[in-house]
Design a protein around this ligand. Structure first.
Ligand SMILES: Cc1ncc(COP(=O)(O)O)c(C=O)c1O
Length: 382
């Protein structure tokens, strides 16, 4: 099997992730921060050490402002629903994953907030000036993706973050596709909230992720419960991370995510991104000038990550996905990628595209085999 679906989740993981999780669960599988015995204390230390490692990945100065969640969706919901109040106006884009679009829509439908969606260019970029021109007196939040998962185009977040800061608006970034793949710094990019998932670029297991909550933001807790201290108080503690982290965490997952991020930091984010870009560029060069293939998003290498959406003349995306899987043993993702508005804007709704997303463990030979398979499909129409 050639796995080219790393934008859905990275596979395989570094060997250190598997061994770390196995060893951790066999030796330190106690409930962290609860019982006070040695194993519980060691489990708690693993979580706090991981918090510091994640903080390093995003340039977060105070690790306590990093909240562990179960994925990016969890983090996005926590940020959006914990922040917004009656009458707030929100700016977002058409390029969002449903994690953002649906969370906003729920509040909009209940007449709690109003939402403006900013357009994007045909090659997949939002213009910061369009964001600026959409600001109104009640705008409380700008929330958007760093890289749309259907397109792979890197958005101008520094400029947008600056606009948000100058207008005293909260800037929330969905970094689900870029954590561990692009250099990220919450201060340099004026990010007030950053949501990420552990199972993609950070190379960790599913069921992990997090939300950075900057100093300009106070969130309502979105679930209440045990935090391991002050059990007699009926109120949720105000202190971060406890305010937003009730219940037993995914300790083994967090330990695995730490191993994944440590691997990323050791290899180097720029090296990982360069590898993924090189593989995508190879594919673009091979099929980009052939009319039988339609490519979406910019072809400019430095403006994209290793995600490419294509369509093949005469085939539905799901047909290409199925043929690649069943006849060639190649895994890609056809369809709408939980981003229906992005596909509407690309003109690929409702069938979507075939998304090809190489990862760090893919090789040039994997791409050669994909290219050969695609040409065989179009020439022999199998
Ligand atoms: C841009 C973007 N945002 C959010 C998510 C949701 O991530 P998760 O499923 O890990 O919550 C994804 C997942 O594909 C994504 O690509």
């Amino acid at each position: 099997m050639i796995y080219l679906d790393n934008a859905a989740t990275t596979f395989p993981k570094p060997e250190t992730v598997y061994t770390k999780m196995d060893t951790f669960y066999r030796t330190l599988g106690a409930n962290p921060g609860r019982s006070g015995h040695k194993m519980a204390v060691a489990a708690e230390k693993e979580i706090e050490d991981t918090r510091a490692v994640v903080a390093q990945l995003f340039g977060i100065q105070d690790p306590r402002r990093l909240i562990f969640t179960f994925n990016a969706t969890d983090a996005i919901n926590m940020g959006i629903k914990g922040l917004l109040k009656q009458g707030d106006h929100v700016i977002t884009t058409y390029l969002e994953h449903n994690a953002v679009s649906r969370a906003l829509y729920k509040l909009e439908k209940r007449n709690i907030i109003t939402v403006s969606k900013v357009n994007n260019s045909q090659d997949g970029f939002v213009d910061p000036d369009d964001i600026k021109n959409t600001i109104i007196p009640g705008t409380r939040l700008i929330v958007m993706t760093h890289v749309p998962n259907a397109l792979g185009t890197i958005q101008p977040i520094r400029e947008i973050g600056k606009i948000a800061r100058e207008n005293d608006i909260v800037f929330m970034l969905d970094a689900a596709q870029t954590a561990g793949v692009c250099e990220l710094d919450v201060n340099a990019y004026f990010i007030d909230m950053l949501a990420f998932t552990g199972h993609k670029g950070p190379l960790g297991p599913t069921g992990t992720g997090g939300l950075f909550v900057g100093e300009r933001v106070t969130l309502d807790s979105w679930r209440e419960g045990g935090t391991g201290f002050e059990p007699t108080s009926l109120s949720q503690p105000e202190e971060l991370p406890f305010k937003l982290e009730s219940g037993t965490p995914n300790t083994v997952g967090i330990a695995g995510m730490r191993a994944g991020i440590e691997y990323v930091l050791l290899e180097g984010i720029s090296k990982i991104r360069a590898h993924e870009q090189r593989l995508t560029d190879k594919l673009i060069q091979a099929i980009g000038n052939d009319d039988r293939f339609i490519l979406y998003g910019t072809k400019e290498s430095n403006k994209r990550v290793g995600i490419l959406s294509i369509n093949v003349e005469g085939f539905k995306p799901y047909e290409i996905g199925a043929i690649l899987d069943q006849s060639f043993g190649i895994a890609v993702r056809p369809g709408l990628h939980c981003a229906p508005f992005a596909h509407q804007k690309m003109g690929t709704f409702p069938d979507g595209t075939v998304r090809i997303s190489p990862g760090y463990f893919n090789t040039e030979e994997d791409i050669d085999q994909l290219i050969a398979a695609l040409y065989k499909i179009v020439s022999e129409r199998i």
